[in-house]
Design a protein around this ligand. Structure first.
Ligand SMILES: O=C(CO)COP(=O)(O)O
Length: 245
């Protein structure tokens, strides 16, 4: 399985920031991993014009319906039309800011699959849940509720993003990441014959300085990177670590 370095630009980036993509591609013309950047929707088609077999472009969310009277929303079919191959779903910021439930995330994932795209479904516990010893229960419930029955390894990526590690500079220990990723693999195996082929990404304060250590953890097939995906030098360092893993 080729590993995946995915960047989530969140609500960051304008035309000028496309220079970072040009710098990234110049520095890493033939990486041994796949690269994906999920910019804000306003940059999607401009970034898709730079896509290659090594650099893919994705959306950060979509509406579960194909089209209709949903002001401000974007469908998976529209993201595909703009050049996206992937869509991030159920990010903890969407779950918190927009009250997204597991069942809504599941509907969105079905829409992404129907549009022929790959769904990157995010799960992760809060700090209070980890402190209460509920991490695996929370993640198991999110996985069961958010991943549709029709999911396949080709069309579905799972991202483990502990909420308390996002944008904080804090990360779980490698043993804690290994425990969750092993659990995710085992739970997927209970439902999907091709569970071993699902890519499992770790996300939350991944940087060039900690990437190699995280990528050495069993069942970590890449990263979902926020802040460090905005600068070519930082994301390039993570791509280099993943290429060497
Ligand atoms: O939320 C994330 C990616 O989706 C992680 O964000 P940071 O890499 O900035 O911690």
């Amino acid at each position: 399985m080729r590993k995946l370095a995915a960047g989530n630009w969140k609500m960051n980036g304008t035309e000028a920031d496309l220079a970072e993509i040009d710098a990234l591609m110049a520095a890493h013309p033939a990486p041994h991993c796949e690269m994906l950047i999920c910019p804000p929707a306003t940059l999607l088609s401009r970034m898709a014009a730079r896509a290659t077999s090594d650099l893919m472009v994705g959306g950060q969310d979509c509406h579960p319906k194909v089209s209709g009277a949903h002001t401000g929303d974007i469908s998976a079919a529209m993201l595909a039309d703009a050049g996206a191959s992937h869509v991030i779903l159920g990010h903890s910021e969407r779950r918190a800011d927009h009250g997204e439930s597991d069942s809504l995330v599941r509907l969105k994932a079905e829409a992404v699959h129907a549009a022929g795209l790959v769904a990157i479904i995010c799960v992760g516990e809060t700090e209070a849940q980890r402190d209460a010893g509920q991490t695996l229960d929370v993640i198991g419930a999110q996985l069961a509720g958010s991943v549709p029955d029709g999911a396949t390894a080709l069309r579905t990526v799972i991202a483990y993003e502990p909420v308390w590690a996002i944008g904080t500079g804090r990360t779980p220990t490698t043993a804690e990441i290994a425990e969750v990723h092993g659990f995710l693999r085992a739970r997927l195996a209970e439902r999907f014959a091709d569970a071993s082929g699902f890519r499992l990404l770790y996300g939350g304060s991944v940087k060039p300085s900690n990437a190699a250590e995280i990528f050495a953890v069993p069942n970590v097939d890449g990263a979902l990177v926020g802040g460090a995906s905005l600068k070519a030098a930082d994301f390039g360092g993570i791509v280099a670590a993943l290429s060497a893993a």
